[in-house]
Design a protein around this ligand. Structure first.
Ligand code: ZN
Length: 215
């Protein structure tokens, strides 16, 4: 037999009343409140006692369920879970990497370009990452798998063939070449490290032709 608490009763009484308050827009990585006050709802995650958004959207507190969630406003393209996409790193704010999608591998999509997605640090590669900047950098081009296509796009590079396929030298901005598990700039001899896709450097024609991505 289940005993109803006072909170349960209040919930039943007010089930038809509106208790959700709409709040201002939030961006991925933005703090939404303390995990002591609220449970992390849809499009959020908890880290060290705080709740953060994983999406662009409006924040909503549910005072009955004591949850906070984010309702994404991102336009959702014709993607499905498991799709492989090409994207470029726009911003890194630990623990999220913000990317802009370029295109989907396979059947062409019309509305992907510029759509935003995120990769959580735990989905970059197997094992602990001490320095996210040693794995991904701004304007790197990545192959990533779609973990969640809706309501917001969450991606992973946690596979051998996924990860960075093109990176520019931080020093002279020339495309770098792969040497083993590192990258070297043939122009200025700088070495850098990344989470590299097994297909590094083999994608150049593919995206260059389709996106006129020049350097
Ligand atoms: Zn260089």
């Amino acid at each position: 037999m289940m005993l109803l608490t006072r909170d349960d009763l209040m919930t039943q009484i007010s089930i038809h009343s509106t208790s959700k308050k709409e709040a201002p827009l939030v961006v991925p990585g933005e703090g939404l409140g303390s995990a002591e006050e609220f449970l992390a709802g849809a499009e959020t995650y908890e880290d060290d006692g705080e709740i953060f958004s994983t999406a662009f959207g409006s924040m909503a507190h549910d005072t009955q369920e004591h949850t906070v969630e984010v309702k994404p406003i991102t336009k959702v393209p014709e993607l499905k879970n498991g799709d492989i996409v090409l994207c470029t790193v726009q911003d890194i704010r630990h623990p999220l990497v913000h990317v802009s999608l370029l295109l989907r591998e396979g059947p062409p999509t019309s509305d992907l370009n510029g759509v935003k997605g995120v990769i959580h640090v735990s989905k970059i590669k197997p094992g602990f990452i001490s320095d996210i900047w040693g794995e991904l950098r701004l304007v790197d081009v990545l192959l990533a798998r779609v973990l969640s296509a809706a309501p917001s796009i969450q991606l992973s590079t946690y596979e051998e063939d996924l990860g960075v396929i093109r990176a520019l030298c931080l020093n002279c901005r020339k495309p770098m070449e792969r040497r083993g598990n590192r990258l070297v700039c043939t122009n200025c001899s700088r070495f850098e490290s990344r989470w590299l896709s097994g297909r590094y450097g083999r994608y150049d024609g593919f995206w260059k032709d389709q996106h006129k991505y020049r350097h």
